[in-house]
Ligand binder design. Structure first.
Ligand code: AMP
Ligand code: TRP
Length: 340
């Protein structure tokens, strides 16, 4: 009888370099990544997914700039390129190579059910790129090319992680192997879904055309204060309990953001702020956000003054990543039947 293989505990996650980082990325993803790294129980690999970004049109110079700026964001938020492996996706070619194999494992029906595909392709799916449709197979390859066991992400990526598990299961089953782990999604923390400041039922997104709907990590203190001040709310004061916010998504979002920035839970924050008017609370929130975010944006601009150093770090990250990914791709090719 074959024994179930044990996999090295390994965390992988990625962010697209398709625009500036938002407060949603920071609270939903970056701060979680740093926690995993600092806990030290798992190997940690973090990735700028430039190949994912080109599923929609990108200006080449802007993409290069955004990739380096995202790298600066990872570093400024606390990712240590010695303790973690920090990479740019296209510099580790095994991601794209495994993605091709997964394109042949995943079924058209599975991909067609992805809500992100339906949202992004919209009514004009005929004109969307083939890459946009295949995107979740590349994401599965990002994760499984390292046999990653845990993937911290925001709530919007849940369905893609279920697909990753389906691909791993089908590959293992079709070839009668236990090559890939069934990865655990890790969707946790006070801010798995940070909402738009203009509509508390929509997620905060870097692709929203309205800049005032989000906080960018590069916004200055005045801009942050102005955006929170103009955030959509209602005239009622803050309640003492979280359940009372169920029907007030805009207010709930601001309280969640406050709690996440302050590292406390929503109940504790509300117990302290009960009865305060929103105008007053927004000012407190703006002050807290500026206090937490401005050191990060300052560090990002400092790092961006030396792009060559960023490039050196990424080259080193790719080298370390390939020490893991090359043997795994060889194993896959052997199983699938490629002559080597
Ligand atoms: P993306 O910017 O789409 O590449 O997302 C990168 C990471 O940030 C993923 O783990 C997302 O789930 C997370 N993320 C993006 N937007 C939000 C948001 N509004 N709230 C919480 N997490 C988010
Ligand atoms: N699809 C993710 C997003 O849009 C980014 C991503 C690509 C990712 N590959 C990944 C996240 C692998 C986690 C693991 O946010």
């Amino acid at each position: 009888m074959s024994e179930t293989p044990t996999f090295t505990p390994r965390v992988f996650s990625g962010i697209q370099p398709s625009g500036g980082l938002t407060l949603g990325n920071y609270l939903g993803a970056m701060t979680r990544f740093v926690d995993w790294q600092d806990r030290g129980t798992h190997e940690t690999i973090f990735c700028m997914v430039d190949l994912h970004a080109i599923t929609v049109p990108q200006k080449p110079e802007t993409l290069r700039h955004n990739t380096r700026e995202l790298c600066a964001g990872f570093l400024a938020a606390g990712i240590d390129p010695e303790r973690s492996i920090l990479i740019n996706q296209s510099q580790v070619p095994e991601h794209a190579q495994l993605a091709w194999v997964f394109n042949c494992v995943a079924r058209m029906g599975w991909m067609g059910r992805m809500t992100q595909w339906k949202d992004k392709a919209g009514k004009n799916a005929e004109a969307a790129s083939l890459g946009l449709f295949a995107y979740p197979a590349l994401m599965a390859a990002d994760i499984l090319i390292y046999k990653s066991t845990h993937v911290p992400v925001g709530d919007d990526q849940k369905q893609h992680l279920e697909l990753t598990r389906d691909i791993a299961t089908k590959f293992n089953h079709d070839f009668g192997v236990e090559l890939f782990p069934i990865t655990e999604p890790v969707i946790e923390g006070a801010a798995t879904r940070v909402m738009s400041l203009k509509d508390g039922t929509k997620k905060m997104s870097k692709s929203d055309p309205v800049d005032a709907s989000r906080i960018n990590l590069t916004d200055d203190a005045d801009t942050i204060a102005r955006k929170f001040k103009k955030a959509k709310t209602d005239p009622d004061p803050l309640p003492g309990h979280a359940e009372a916010l169920d029907a007030r998504p805009d207010v709930r979002n601001l309280v969640n953001i406050y709690a996440a920035l302050d590292g406390r839970d929503v109940g504790t924050v509300l117990a302290e702020k009960e009865g305060k008017m929103l105008g007053y609370f927004k000012q407190e929130l703006a002050d807290l956000a500026v206090e937490k975010l401005s050191p990060i944006s300052q560090e990002m601009s400092r790092l961006m003054r030396d792009p060559a150093e960023i490039d050196r770090m990424l080259a080193r990250g790719a080298e370390r990543a390939r020490a893991i990914s090359v043997p795994i791709l060889e194993e896959v090719y052997d199983v699938v039947g490629m002559v080597r």
